[in-house]
Design a protein around this ligand. Structure first.
Ligand code: ADP
Ligand code: MG
Length: 677
């Protein structure tokens, strides 16, 4: 058993450590340096290399405060080889005394050739006696937080190194073929590299010591995913075999046949629901691939077996739209669908809650309001989570808890790149709809500089006057919701004035649900030709007659967001276009994003590029979700190690489960809980 001894620190210090996520001595061990300083040798002043941080030492021969051009503390230091100047632009009166002539000082800083010879500006310094030893190892510089100095952090980490059990969790048979060094040696090396350590390999994190720790972290993640998967397999859930009377009845009246891909995933899901273990399946399919009908069929299978189903969507607009669509499908079958949103009037909400609690409503659709405390299901058998990447782990967990052990199905239009599905999503079963319904014409994407706005306006007018409809997406203003709202209203007013012959509508997140729903309904019915919208329409909105989309300040949007937005058009037979208006000059990443979206229509490729541009934390939206992200490894950069970790995980779970257990103890002590979701 590898237990972490407690950290010996004052309450105030521990509070700072908490901020860094350092709760145990193990956390301290794994708090690795950002970079290193070479304080292992003292250079003679006259021969110190310029332009790099070096250590020098000497006696102060002169100290004075200059007043021009600004107040500066200036000292002269001599070491036998030569003299140099120190300059401090900000200093305390006490420093004048501390740095008095005759004292010895050890300096660390960048040596440069100033106007009066060698000098250092604001070096780190320490008063020393004679013959004081220099560091034997490179000095690590750690990520830290205000009020916790490097020296204090170093001391705590040194103590952790001395106290903790650094015994290897992995046997040689695992490490040797991969060329990985021992854990203890790797950890010690990274915290105290020898003076001749290859700083470039350390900085790139490709040094074997880094590789070892990355591997360990990835392996822990793999093991925990496998464990979770097995644990789920061991749980029981109500089996709901296909009875087919409701599903067949819906299929019979559907105006279109399912695509082959839809049929395949429907079968996969039907098979899962029939099993006595909780399903946890992710249904992936690009925007417009037709996930909603698949969810409806799954819900019907649960209902056929006497259970209730719930569908949760991330925005009210989307939830409302699902409600409309599913009611239209299910009501003729004699089923009751209710809608639950935070903004519902009290009376309606109460009625919906009662219907859900009594089991009178077979299907409940809503936003996160679905899993608030007052919502009680009579017997929830299936929870469907649409656009799952928009929800945090905690929210998903809450809904899951509403049933005894409901089957769970997640849907996402953001395809998961292979590296992510090998790591963060390794515990899910995945179904993929890899085919769009027939009759779609690909969306033409145009990049247009803001100076050509006039042409865009004419294009919108033409489209709307010939019976088609358009979206005008307002600029994203991440820093301020208020400002974003203001811009949306202004855009609406400007466009209303620009297009007197058109009916223009506006939707944004702050509108009352009723108004939002009314506007969306009017747009769907063709009463509104041009819909000005914020990103509330990003997910799920489905109006096939809308064939033109203008996105303002497209350079501010993320890749997946642009792909999702663009997916709102091209849903009917008409040729559709998406015009990305951008403001010059473009930043490097904005240019890369626009280029990617221009060149690709495949959501999978876009997601891959997005991951490369943003990194997995942002990609997963894990900030809110609380999923413990990898701290050391990087799934793209370290994909080879990830592959290796995956194989090793399978092997040791099968052959040496005690090794797996020990490894997880070291790496995941506190994080386990969150991974179980
Ligand atoms: P998404 O996967 O983005 O959630 P939707 O479920 O909203 O996609 O479906 C997009 C549109 O395609 C809807 O209008 C839906 O009715 C239609 N659709 C779904 N499946 C088919 C199909 N097999 N044939 C034709 N149209 C379909
Ligand atoms: Mg959808």
């Amino acid at each position: 058993m590898i237990a972490a001894p407690p950290i010996k620190a004052s309450k105030a210090t521990q509070a700072k450590l908490d901020k860094l996520g350092l709760f145990t001595t193990h956390d301290l061990l794994l708090h690795l340096p950002l970079r290193y300083q070479d304080e292992t040798r003292i250079y003679p002043i006259a021969h110190a290399p310029l332009g790099q941080a070096v250590l020098v030492e000497g006696e102060i021969t002169d100290t004075n405060v200059q007043h021009r051009p600004r107040r500066t503390l200036v000292c002269q230091v001599e070491d036998g080889s030569g003299t140099m100047t120190l300059r401090f632009l900000n200093f305390y009166p006490s420093q004048i005394k501390q740095l008095a002539p005759g004292k010895r000082v050890r300096l660390f800083g960048e040596m440069r050739h100033g106007f009066f010879g060698m000098e250092m500006v604001h070096p780190q310094y320490r008063m020393v006696g004679t013959e004081e030893p220099v560091a034997e190892a490179l000095t690590p510089i750690y990520p830290t937080t205000a009020g916790l100095g490097q020296a204090a952090l170093r001391k705590l980490i040194q103590a952790a190194l001395a106290e903790c059990d650094l015994a290897d969790t992995l046997p040689n048979e695992v490490l040797h073929p991969l060329g990985l060094p021992a854990f203890a040696a790797s950890i010690a090396y990274l915290h105290q590299p020898p003076p001749d350590a290859p700083l470039d390999l350390l900085a790139e994190r490709t040094h074997p010591a880094w590789q070892r720790l990355k591997f360990d972290e990835l392996l822990a993640q793999q093991l925990s995913m496998h464990q979770h998967y097995r644990r789920r397999r061991a749980q029981s859930a109500a089996p709901m075999p296909p009875r087919r009377h409701l599903t067949d009845a819906l299929l019979a009246v559907l105006p279109f046949p399912l695509t082959r891909a839809q049929q395949r995933v429907t079968l996969e899901i039907a098979g899962d629901l029939a099993k006595p273990h909780p399903m946890q399946r992710l249904l992936q399919g690009d925007v417009g691939s037709g996930k909603t009908i698949v969810a409806a069929l799954a819900a019907l299978q649960a209902i056929e077996n006497g259970f209730q189903a719930a569908i949760m969507a991330p925005t009210e607009i989307l939830a409302e739209q699902h409600y409309q669509k599913l009611s239209a499908w299910l009501a003729p079958l004699g089923l009751k669908v209710v809608w639950l949103a935070a903004s519902l009037p009290k009376k309606e909400k109460q009625a919906a809650l009662t219907a859900v609690a009594a089991g009178e409503a077979q299907l409940a659709i809503g936003t996160h309001a679905l899993f608030q405390e007052q919502v009680v299901f009579r017997n929830l058998g299936l929870a469907v989570i649409d656009e799952q990447h928009r929800f945090g782990v905690h929210q998903r967990l809450a809904l899951q808890k509403k049933g005894a052990q409901p089957h769970q199905m997640m849907m996402s239009a953001t395809p998961i790149p292979r590296t992510l599905s090998m790591s963060y999503y390794a515990d899910l079963d995945v179904s993929v709809i890899d085919e769009l319904p027939p009759g779609r014409t690909p969306v033409v994407t145009k990049l247009v500089g803001d100076s050509r706005r006039g042409e865009v306006v004419e294009r919108v007018r033409d489209a709307c006057l010939t019976g088609r409809q358009a979206y005008w997406v307002c600029p994203l203003i991440e820093e301020s919701e208020t400002l974003q709202l203001k811009t949306a209203v202004e855009t609406f007013e400007t466009l209303t004035a620009t297009f007197p012959e058109l009916k223009v509508g506006l939707v944004h997140g702050r509108l009352h649900t009723r108004d939002k729903a009314a506007t969306m309904a009017a747009f769907k019915a063709g009463e509104i030709q041009l819909l000005v919208a914020t990103t509330v329409i990003e997910v799920g909105v489905d109006v096939p007659n809308a064939s033109l989309m203008v996105i303002e300040h497209a350079e501010r949007f993320g890749l997946s967001q642009l792909h999702q937005l663009r997916g709102r058009v091209g849903r009917g037979a008409a040729q559709s276009a998406c015009i990305l208006l951008f403001q010059t000059p473009l930043s490097e990443t904005a240019r890369a994003r626009l280029k990617t979206i221009y060149e690709n229509s495949d959501g999978f490729e876009i997601a891959r590029q997005d991951l490369l541009l943003r990194g997995p934390g942002e990609f997963l939206g894990a900030r809110q979700s609380g999923v413990p992200l990898l701290k050391i490894a990087d799934i793209e950069q370290d994909r080879k190690l990830l592959e290796a970790a995956r194989h090793v995980a399978e092997k040791i779970l099968a052959e040496q489960p005690e090794v797996a257990e020990r490894h997880l103890q070291r790496w995941l002590a506190g994080a386990e809980q969150l991974l179980k979701v």
